[in-house]
Ligand binder design. Structure first.
Ligand code: GLN
Length: 506
C-alpha cells in the first residue's frame, strides 16, 4: 500500500489538495482577468457598452463550448495530465498577449485589436483543455463507491472560489486603478497566476495524483496507444485550433453565429440520443429531464453572469465606492460571489442535512427552482435600491452586496445540485454526451448574458427587449426579476412531473 493510500484512510488523499491548488490559481487567473475585462474594453479600447457586452458574451460563451473538444481529445488521446498542462500554458499565453494588448492600445490601436482577439482566443482554447480535465481528475482519486467523493467536490469547489475571490481583488487593485494604462498589470498578474497553477501541477502530479492503488492518474487513456505524432504537428494543430476559436469569436461578434451553433449542437445531440433503439422508456424520460432542467438553467446563468458585464458597469458608474480612505475598484465587487460561496456553502449543507434528517429535504428540481427564485429576489433588491434614483446619482454599495448574497444562495441551490443530477440521470453510455448538454446550456447562457447586458440603459438610449422598454435601471433589473421569477414559477409547477419522470432518482 502506498503512503498516499494510507494517508487517504484519514481525511482525503493529498492529491485532492494538489488539484485544489492548481484549480485555485487557474480560477484566480480566469476571474481576475474577467473582473477587469469589460472595463478594459470600455475604458481603454473605448468600445461602447453594446459591443463590449456582446464580446463578453461571445468570450464567456465560447469558454464553455471548448471543453467539449478538450474533453474529447483527453478521453481519446492525451489523458488528463497532458491536457491540463497544455491548456494551462495556452491560457497563460493568452493572458500575456492581453498584457501586450494593454501596453500597445494607445500607440498602435490596430495591433492591439489583433492582440485582444488573439489573447481571448488562446484563453478560450486553453480553457477547453484545462477545465473538463481538472474537474474529472477529482473523482478519479477515489475508488468506485467511495463515499468521500461528494465531500471532495465540495472542497474542490472551495478552491475554485478561493481563486475566484482572490483574483478580482489582486487584478482589480493592480489593474483597475482609474488609469486605463494600468489594466495590463491585471492581465500580467492573471498570467503569473496561471503559470503558478501549471507549475504546482507539474511539480506534484506524479507524486500525489494517484488512484487508491497508487497508479499514476491522467496518463494516456488505457487501451489507446500513445500516438506518436511529431511535436511540430501537435503545435500546428493547437495553433490552428486557437486560430479557429479566434475566428469564431470574431464571427460571433459580427454576426452572432454562436447561438445558431449551440441550437444546432443541442438538436444534433438530442437526435442522436432519441434515435438510439436500445434506450428504455425510463431512460428516455430521465434524459428528457436533463434537457428540461438544462433549459431552465439558461435563465439562471444568463442573469447571474451579468456580474462580469452590466453589474460591473453599475458598480463602476452608479455605486458609491468611496470609503473615505479608499475608493473600492469596481472590479473587486466580482469577488463577492466567491466570498459568499465560501461563507454560505457550509450553512446550506447543514440545512440540507437537517431537512434530510426529518425526511423533508426537497428534490433536486425543487432546489433548482428555489435557486432561480433566490436569484430573482437578488435582482428585486437592487431594483428597489435604484427605484426613483435620478440618473447620475450613485447608490450605496450595500445594494450590490445584498444582491450578490442572494445570487450566491441561488447558485448553491442550483449549480452543484444540477451537476450531480445530470450525472445521476444519464445512462452510462451517454454520460459524456449529456454532460456536454449541460455545458452547452452554460455556453448559451453566457452568450445570452452578453446580449442582455447590451440592454444596459444609458442617457439617450432606451433599449427594447421583446417589446419591453428599458427606460432606466429599475426597468433593467426588473427584466431579470421577471425572467428568473417566471422560470422559477414554471419549474416549481413542473417539479411534480419531473420527479415522476426521474423514476426514483433524487
Ligand atoms: N463558479 C464556478 C466555476 O467557476 C461555476 C461556474 C458555472 O458553472 N457557470 O467553476
Amino acid at each position: 500500500m502506498s503512503t498516499q493510500n494510507s494517508s487517504a484512510q484519514q481525511g482525503h488523499p493529498k492529491g485532492l489538495y494538489v488539484l485544489f491548488a492548481t484549480e485555485m490559481w487557474e480560477r484566480f487567473s480566469y476571474y481576475g482577468m474577467r473582473a477587469i475585462l469589460i472595463l478594459f474594453m470600455t475604458k481603454a479600447l473605448l468600445y461602447d457598452k453594446v459591443l463590449a457586452s456582446n464580446l463578453y458574451g461571445s468570450y464567456t460563451g465560447l469558454v464553455y463550448l471548448t471543453p467539449l473538444v478538450g474533453g474529447y481529445i483527453a478521453d481519446r488521446y492525451w489523458g488528463n495530465q497532458r491536457s491540463i498542462i497544455t491548456g494551462g500554458l495556452l491560457m497563460a499565453l493568452g493572458q500575456f498577449i492581453l498584457f501586450f494588448c494593454g501596453s500597445t492600445y494607445q500607440s498602435s490601436p490596430e495591433l492591439s485589436t489583433a492582440l485582444f482577439f488573439a489573447g481571448l482566443g488562446f484563453l478560450i482554447a486553453g480553457n477547453g483543455f484545462f477545465k473538463p480535465n481538472i474537474s474529472s481528475m477529482v473523482g478519479q482519486l477515489y475508488g468506485a463507491g467511495d463515499k468521500r467523493v461528494d465531500a471532495a467536490y465540495t472542497i474542490f469547489y472551495m478552491g475554485i472560489n478561493m481563486g475566484g475571490a482572490l483574483g478580482p481583488i489582486v487584478c482589480g487593485l493592480v489593474g483597475d486603478t482609474g488609469n486605463p494604462a494600468d489594466f495590463r498589470w491585471g492581465f500580467l498578474a492573471a498570467g503569473i497566476g496561471m503559470l503558478l497553477s501549471v507549475w504546482i501541477f507539474k511539480q506534484l502530479k506524479d507524486k500525489y495524483l494517484v488512484d487508491p492503488e497508487g497508479k499514476i492518474l491522467g496518463l494516456v487513456p488505457e487501451g489507446k496507444k500513445e500516438v506518436k505524432t511529431s511535436q511540430i504537428l501537435v503545435y500546428g494543430a493547437l495553433f490552428a485550433f486557437a486560430l479557429s476559436v479566434i475566428g469564431l469569436l470574431y464571427a460571433d461578434a459580427q454576426f452572432g453565429i454562436l447561438s445558431y451553433l449551440l441550437i444546432f449542437s443541442v438538436l444534433g445531440i438530442g437526435f442522436m440520443i432519441i434515435s438510439d433503439k436500445g434506450l428504455s422508456s425510463i431512460e428516455k424520460q430521465r434524459i428528457s429531464v436533463i434537457f428540461i432542467v438544462s433549459f431552465f438553467v439558461i435563465f439562471f446563468w444568463s442573469a447571474f453572469e451579468q456580474a462580469g458585464a452590466s453589474l460591473t458597469f453599475f458598480a463602476s458608474e452608479q455605486t458609491q465606492r468611496d470609503l473615505g480612505f479608499l475608493t473600492v475598484p469596481a472590479s473587486i465587487f466580482q469577488s463577492l460571489n466567491s466570498i459568499f460561496v465560501i461563507t454560505f456553502a457550509p450553512i446550506l449543507a447543514w440545512v440540507w442535512i437537517k431537512l434530510g434528517n426529518r425526511n423533508a429535504e426537497p428534490g433536486s428540481p425543487t432546489k433548482m427552482a428555489l435557486g432561480l427564485f433566490l436569484l430573482a429576489v437578488g435582482y428585486l433588491i437592487i431594483a428597489y435600491g435604484v427605484k426613483g434614483v435620478q440618473p447620475g446619482v450613485k447608490v450605496s454599495m450595500m445594494w450590490l452586496i445584498s444582491m450578490y448574497a442572494f445570487h450566491t444562495l441561488g447558485e448553491l441551490c442550483l449549480s452543484p445540485i444540477g451537476l450531480s443530477l445530470v450525472n445521476k440521470l444519464a445512462p452510462f453510455r451517454f454520460a459524456s454526451l449529456l454532460m456536454a448538454v449541460w455545458f452547452l446550456a452554460n455556453a448559451a447562457a453566457n452568450k445570452f448574458a452578453g446580449v442582455l447586458s447590451a440592454l444596459y440603459p444609458e442617457a439617450g438610449r432606451t433599449p427594447n427587449f421583446l417589446g419591453y422598454q428599458i427606460t432606466g435601471l429599475y426597468e433593467f433589473f426588473m427584466l431579470f426579476v421577471g425572467m428568473a421569477g417566471i422560470a422559477s414559477l414554471i419549474l416549481f409547477v413542473l417539479t411534480r412531473y419531473l420527479q415522476k419522470m426521474m423514476h426514483g432518482v433524487q
